[in-house]
Design a protein around this ligand. Sequence first.
Ligand SMILES: NC(=O)C1=CN([C@@H]2O[C@H](COP(=O)(O)OP(=O)(O)OC[C@H]3O[C@@H](n4cnc5c(N)ncnc54)[C@H](OP(=O)(O)O)[C@@H]3O)[C@@H](O)[C@H]2O)C=CC1
Ligand SMILES: CC(=O)N[C@@H](CCC(=O)OP(=O)(O)O)C(=O)O
Length: 337
Amino acid sequence: MNAKRTLILGASGYAGGELLRLMAAHPLLAPSILCGSSEAGQSLGTVHPHLAMAYPDAQIFEYDAAMLDEVDFVMAVLPHGMTQSLSPAILDAGVPFVDLGADFRLASADDYATWYGESHSAPDLLDAFVYGIPELNRDAIKNAKAVAAAGCYATAAILTLKPLVDAGLIAPGSITIDGMSGVSGAGKAPSAKTHFDHVHGSLSAYGLLNHRHTGEMQMALGQELLFTPHLVPMDRGILVTCNAVAADNGDPLEALKAAYADEPFVQVSDTPPATKAVAGTNAVHVTARRCERTGRILAIGAIDNLGKGAAGQMIQCANLMLGLDETTGLTTAGVWP
Ligand SMILES: NC(=O)C1=CN([C@@H]2O[C@H](COP(=O)(O)OP(=O)(O)OC[C@H]3O[C@@H](n4cnc5c(N)ncnc54)[C@H](OP(=O)(O)O)[C@@H]3O)[C@@H](O)[C@H]2O)C=CC1
Ligand SMILES: CC(=O)N[C@@H](CCC(=O)OP(=O)(O)O)C(=O)O
């Protein structure tokens, strides 16, 4: 197979940079047109100095729909709301498409309005997209022309809890999830919330009660739950610490091991996961145990928000859509310390 010429919309952002870093090691996905907005006209090495050696001649361009005629694959890593207007042309062009934004993740326009506070402008296209977590939807992704890759917190929480819900180990409605994210989860544009002085030496909760990823988690886990995100003074990584009332005496660690026995990226262990151990990779580290004293289940998961929470998951989905081995280009070892 020839390498697929890939258009990246949002290449100048954080997730776009991670996509390009991982694709530098991918034999069959070739970044061929890189687009941005305020950075259009710049060299890639100016915008992402860590990529200058891998892509010495690359430039950032302003997007034009005519570019769709020049590529075999499209990946979008744009702010929420943008691909609702861009998707009709991409889908009409018949080019396989993976979107990392939230526009097509939820099942209905009503759900989108509930969690994003605005009406959906392309509700007819929602059914064209498959929700992009391969461990949940592998066969559907293989046959999809368009995939909406899951959110970063949602990926961590869903992969940590879904096998326990499916095994009937959790009393419905009892799940609480504390999510902790590195600041790159907020994207590259600085804000009061991500300012060094706000983040450095501090740990804070935000998005109380109704963070938008709650909708994705509830969609995948099939029940109401309470999710509380926290901002952590680190660059990358997400840890979710989840607990729920145990529905029976089953062993949650065994349930995770059974569910993920054949999954290349999910590592189940009785050691508590740490974000640093998954940094730069597409790995998911999970553990769980039952607390006899309280009758609750504790489950913990770690991912790299830019890896399995973003670029890694997009490439994993693309591999499936292209009929490639799912791990192609994603076997990079992590960085430690
Ligand atoms: N960061 C993360 O960990 C994760 C992010 N996501 C999602 O991925 C998407 C990208 O996130 P992230 O990379 O962090 O965001 P960034 O803010 O870092 O990057 C946004 C990208 O979109 C481009 N862009 C912004 N506005 C426009 C516009 N009007 N027209 C064209 N391009 C535009 C920017 O271009 P330029 O810089 O040139 O102006 C940049 O390339 C978001 O939907 C985010 O929610 C999902 C999971 C995890
Ligand atoms: C730390 C931080 O701010 N994280 C972001 C979530 C990450 C993100 O980009 O949202 P999606 O995964 O839905 O695309 C937030 O809480 O809004």
